[in-house]
Design a binder for this molecule. Structure first.
Ligand SMILES: [Zn+2]
Ligand SMILES: [Zn+2]
Ligand SMILES: [Zn+2]
Length: 122
């Protein structure tokens, strides 16, 4: 699953938003990992797909990923889980993407996935 839809985020300062965007899917980062070499942010899934696809450099800055490719792609030591970013993104205020169709749900980004599965307008 790629990142969270930016449309779901409500009233977030664009300067803050831009620091929480995945380099690959350009959405709000989901399950964030940060590259060790250059500090760029990816969704775990996007990083996995990049490595699986044989990518050897950061999509954002072309910095070569450190570490050797391993048998298990996700064991490669070229990134770490960014808990700070995850907490920040999960707590961002969110609105339903169907708000223009009349859904007035409000919550946080971490709650938006749940809402999407119950929203009658999806
Ligand atoms: Zn992503
Ligand atoms: Zn980078
Ligand atoms: Zn809704």
């Amino acid at each position: 699953m790629p990142g969270y839809s930016v449309e779901e985020s409500a009233d977030i300062d664009p300067n803050i938003l831009i620091k929480h965007i995945c380099c690959i899917c350009k959405m709000l980062v989901r399950d964030a990992v940060q590259t060790i070499s250059c500090g760029h942010i990816y969704c775990r899934q996007c990083m996995f797909e990049a490595l699986e696809g044989g990518s050897e450099a950061c999509a954002e800055c072309k910095h070569i990923f450190p570490g050797e490719p391993t048998e298990n792609t996700m064991d490669r030591k070229c990134y770490f889980t960014d808990g700070r970013i995850n907490t920040a993104v999960g707590g961002m205020p969110a609105l339903c993407v169907n708000r223009t169709n009349g859904c007035d749900w409000k919550g946080t980004i971490s709650e938006a996935d749940n809402h999407r599965s119950v929203c009658s307008l999806y």
